[in-house]
Design a protein around this ligand. Structure first.
Ligand code: ZN
Ligand code: FE
Length: 252
């Protein structure tokens, strides 16, 4: 089984270590804060052997050089990671597989937030690391890609099993919840989740990870096709409805 350690980094990022006991391999998924990640690994008694980047943004790949220098870890990521100053040791793209001991993770193209953004899905373990593509009740801003591209990316994540555990890279849930309830106010699952999230955050607890089933029931970006009437877009394509939800969130 894969053990995951999650810990806060920077202002609102999460760091993640994925560890396989049998092989002793440990991957840090992204490198928001090298010191925090190295400390988390030391606390766990794990040696970081791999770095898996989801995208090139500094709060995801900025610690690569420090962690690689400290541990000798192999850097794996999409080609765009080069933009932070050093190319990954192994460049990966959609459909490829990365390994943590005997556990295989599938690389999924989730471009849109950045063009080359990828997610890592341990299909057999029902765990996925989704970076800044999908958030709890939210999704990444379209800094580089189009709404059509992002909709295709989210649809790939939505094809994972409902009980998949999703680790997203930011604690944005409370502000996402405020937007979600504004656009989908009659959704009872969403109402219940907003209450739960408010309680968790008041107690200083994380709202990450989440399950795909929860997202399908409450995330207004995944639910865009169901919100067409509310958006006044009944004859629009699904991706166009998604694009409208994204636009409204940008100015919310
Ligand atoms: Zn980002
Ligand atoms: Fe980020």
């Amino acid at each position: 089984m894969i053990h995951v350690r999650q810990f806060p980094c920077l202002k609102d990022n999460y760091g993640f270590l994925a560890h396989d006991d049998a092989s002793g391999e440990t991957a840090t998924v992204d490198t928001p804060d090298a010191d925090a990640i190295l400390k988390a690994a030391a606390d766990a008694g794990w040696r970081i052997t791999q770095i898996w980047n989801t995208h090139w943004h500094p709060d995801h790949a900025g610690g690569n050089a420090t962690i690689k220098a400290a541990t000798g870890a192999v850097v794996i990521g999409p080609a765009e990671v080069e933009r932070i100053g050093q190319a990954p040791d192994r460049i990966v793209a959609d459909g490829e597989t990365v390994s943590l001991g005997a556990h295989k993770a599938r690389v999924i193209d989730v471009g849109g937030h950045t063009l080359g953004h990828v997610a890592y899905a341990f299909d057999a373990d029902r765990i996925a690391f989704v970076g800044d593509a999908l958030f709890a009740m939210g999704c990444g801003r379209l800094f580089e890609g189009t709404a059509q591209q992002m909709w295709a990316s989210l649809s790939r994540l939505a094809a994972l099993p409902d009980d998949a555990t999703l680790y997203c890279a930011h604690e944005y849930t409370e502000s996402n919840a405020r937007f979600a309830i504004s656009i989908d106010p009659d959704n009872t699952a969403l109402q219940a989740r907003v209450a739960e999230v408010t309680r968790l955050r008041a107690d200083g607890k994380p709202t990450v990870p989440m399950t795909l089933a929860e997202e399908k029931a409450t995330n207004p970006f995944l639910r865009a096709p169901l919100l067409k009437r509310a958006l006044g877009m009944e004859s629009a394509a699904d991706w166009e409805a998604f694009g409208e939800v994204r636009k409204r969130k940008d100015s919310f």
